[in-house]
Design a protein around this ligand. Structure first.
Ligand code: SF4
Length: 690
């Protein structure tokens, strides 16, 4: 690494790769992997490698704007504070909302959460992480008593079996996939992929179960029934460290035999048996899961069905054995740590009265929220119904990414006061804004992020902030001060916020919560600047078999497979959605890289050749995908990797990029009852030639 190189963290996914960035001009930089970062040891995927192509000023929002007029920061901030204050005074705290992002630094998230929950007095702050991993959060809370990921990347190196459920890891978390491949090469680790699609991740896997979408609870309950029958459960661990609800084992032992499960999941019994035998025979097993599990209207039960299998076999808290939720965004985890979800409070607390009192006292909060706020889908529904009258969107693009995006756009248009802070001037969301605030972006911002395995890393600036852009924490702080809380928002730098966050994690926390950053409560500015990546909670937070519940035991959760309705009548197909290897979210950054565009130049609808033939479609045709929510046009790509009757479209394209390929218009706004996470993976649909 050269002397001029700055160590920072990738802007994209939850793998959280360390980057060495060497500026070569005012807006140019050479990007390399950071050899010393534990997440990637110098490796980068295509997106990280080409980050240097995305730091130009094309499309940037460089000045505060009221409507289409440039204005000063003072005028813009005064207006935002005034309108939020007036709305709260007139209609109450729950008439306003923030919708934030896993792209924010932990420090940004902390200040936004404090302003809304402690001072405005509402919990109407939700995040696009709701769309990504809130079912994992709910599942962890139900099983462990706290939202703790009980695995690390080191577990992947030490496992003898890795089960990937609902994850195209090769595309969406490429450096983790490389790590899995390295384990396979060096220690012969077996790989099982459970996914309705045959993706690149399945290439070379020891086994691929191409299950019917939405049947993961049956699959995992069947696995537990198999382990129970074969004597693979761990009676000592169960007795000492796990509690089960009444009727749990009777439920598992009834109707979860191999043949019934195979029929429910629509896989060959012999393949299912192969998986169950492999799992039963391999104590060092990691089950890694992602959006195929989380983005479902039964996502939380699916998470708990996976965790149940690990708890019952004692495969948790040991090196190489754990259930592992891998996050999508660079700082989904940091947001969880500071309570960035409408359903959580800071420092991994919830809305139990003692937690509310704890945070209220620590913040000296005048108007503390006392219960959960509206989760993303409900929040935008409330805007559409006129119940929320002022909204601030930070670093995200809900007009593209939320399900039923057509209704979301109508809600944004009708919102009496919409503020958007972003790095990009014109997004599908910001075109509806009354005020646009120019945010500093990756390479300009300073703060911390937490990756999927609880490793906290610094993002450091290596470019000057262009125009009048400012960091998100500063923007929120200034609004808080102008709303009248000058003494509560006095931060001069991210390190001030980090110290306060660390103190809050330790406040009234005598070992009850795993998240405890007490050692950082007095960290100096220089030490913060120089902070090396560190993992909170250690390697195996539950190595001693104690969980952060009242009795110290983990919980088995009784989960039932719900019926998955067969496609019918006018909607004969099932739509699944997801990512491409070389694009990120709504393409505001990756869309700037010509080399990344080469991988997939346009949005495709992938369809099995048998379905295509029945519909008179050929490879390369244009086809309209319709659902009860909306429709959009895609290029047809025939794919043997699709199950018959199922299609797949990518989530990335927006109105700013193309007129078709708008996947967000298609999914239903249906959510998991526990987590509020939308089900993006199985929408009734039809396809017709254009
Ligand atoms: Fe960035 Fe994720 Fe690629 Fe690592 S794997 S370089 S964090 S996009």
């Amino acid at each position: 690494m050269s002397d001029a190189a700055i160590r920072t963290t990738c802007a994209y996914c939850g793998v959280g790769c360390g980057i060495s960035a060497t500026p070569t001009g005012p807006r140019s930089v050479v990007i390399k992997g950071d050899d010393a970062h534990p997440a990637n040891a110098g490796r980068l995927c295509s997106k990280g490698t080409h980050l240097g192509e995305t730091v130009g000023l094309t499309g940037r929002l460089l000045h505060p704007m009221i409507g289409n007029r440039r204005t000063s920061w003072d005028k813009a901030l005064d207006l935002v504070a005034k309108r939020f204050r007036e709305t709260v005074n007139r209609y109450g705290p729950d008439s306003v909302a923030f919708y934030v992002s896993g792209q924010l630094m932990t420090e940004d998230y902390y200040v936004a959460n404090k302003l809304m929950k402690g001072f405005i007095g509402s919990a109407n702050i939700d995040t696009n992480s709701r769309l990504c991993m809130s079912s994992a959060v709910a599942g962890h809370n139900r099983a462990f008593g706290e939202d703790v990921v009980p695995a690390t990347y080191d577990d992947l190196d030490e496992a003898d079996l890795i089960v990937l459920v609902g994850s195209n890891t090769a595309w969406c978390h490429p450096i983790v996939y490389q790590r899995i491949q390295a384990a396979r090469a060096t220690r012969g680790t077996k790989l099982v992929v459970i996914d309705p699609r045959r993706t690149e991740t399945c290439e070379g896997a020891d086994l691929h179960l191409q299950v019917k979408p939405g049947t993961d609870v049956a699959l995992m309950n069947g696995l537990l029934a198999w382990c129970d029958r074969e004597g693979v459960t761990d009676p000592d661990y169960l007795a000492d460290h796990v509690s089960a609800p009444e009727g749990f084992w009777e439920h598992i032992r009834t109707g979860h035999d191999l043949w019934t499960t195979a029929r429910t999941c629509e896989v060959a019994p012999a393949l299912l048996e192969q998986f169950y035998r492999l799992f039963a025979a391999t104590p060092r097993t990691v089950t890694l899961f992602s959006q195929g599990i989380n983005q479902s209207i039964r996502g939380t039960d699916q998470v708990n069905a996976i965790i149940n299998a690990h708890l019952a076999t004692g495969r948790i808290g040991k090196l190489g054995a754990a259930p592992f939720s891998i996050t999508g965004q660079p700082n989904a985890m940091g947001g969880r740590e500071v309570g960035g979800l409408a359903s959580t409070l800071a420092a991994h607390m919830d809305f139990a009265p003692e937690h509310v009192e704890c945070v209220k006292t620590f913040w000296a909060a005048p108007t503390m929220a006392t219960g959960p706020g509206l989760k993303a889908v409900d929040l935008f529904r409330a805007i559409g119904e006129g119940r929320i009258k002022a909204l601030w969107v930070m670093a995200t693009n809900p007009a593209v990414s939320l399900p039923d995006a057509g209704r979301v756009r109508e809600a944004l248009e009708a919102c009496p006061f919409l503020v958007v802070s972003d790095i990009i001037a014109d997004t599908d969301t910001s075109v509806h804004a009354h005020v646009r605030l120019p945010a500093a972006g990756w390479g300009e911002k300073d703060g911390t992020v937490t990756n999927s395995d609880r490793t906290v890393s610094r993002q450091r600036p290596f470019l000057a902030q262009p125009g009048e852009t400012m960091p998100d924490w500063w923007i929120v702080k200034e609004v808080g001060r102008r709303m009248g809380w000058r003494n509560a928002f006095t931060y001069d730098r991210p390190a001030d916020i980090w110290r306060e966050h660390a103190r809050l994690t330790a406040y009234r926390n005598e070992g009850r919560r795993v998240l405890n950053l007490r050692a950082h409560a007095t960290i100096g500015n220089e030490a913060y600047d120089a902070m090396e990546p560190f993992r909170w909670g250690g390697g195996s937070p539950f190595a001693d078999g104690r969980f952060p519940t009242a009795d110290g035991k983990a919980r088995l959760v009784l989960t039932k497979q719900m019926d998955v309705p067969a496609p019918l009548g006018q909607w004969p197909m099932t739509l699944n959605t997801g990512r491409y290897r070389d694009q990120w979210h709504t393409m505001t950054r990756t869309g700037l890289s010509p080399r990344l565009a080469r991988h997939r130049e346009e949005p495709l609808v992938e369809i099995h050749p048998d379905d295509a033939q029945a519909l008179g479609l050929s490879d390369g045709d244009l086809a309209r995908v319709r659902t009860p929510q909306g429709d959009s046009i895609f290029r047809v790509a025939l794919s043997e990797g699709q199950r018959v009757g199922e299609i797949f479209t990518p989530i990335h394209w927006t109105d700013q990029v193309a007129s078709g390929g708008r996947t967000g218009l298609l999914p239903r706004p249906l959510v998991d009852p526990h987590s509020g996470q939308p089900g993006f993976k199985s929408t009734p649909a039809s396809v017709e030639k254009v």
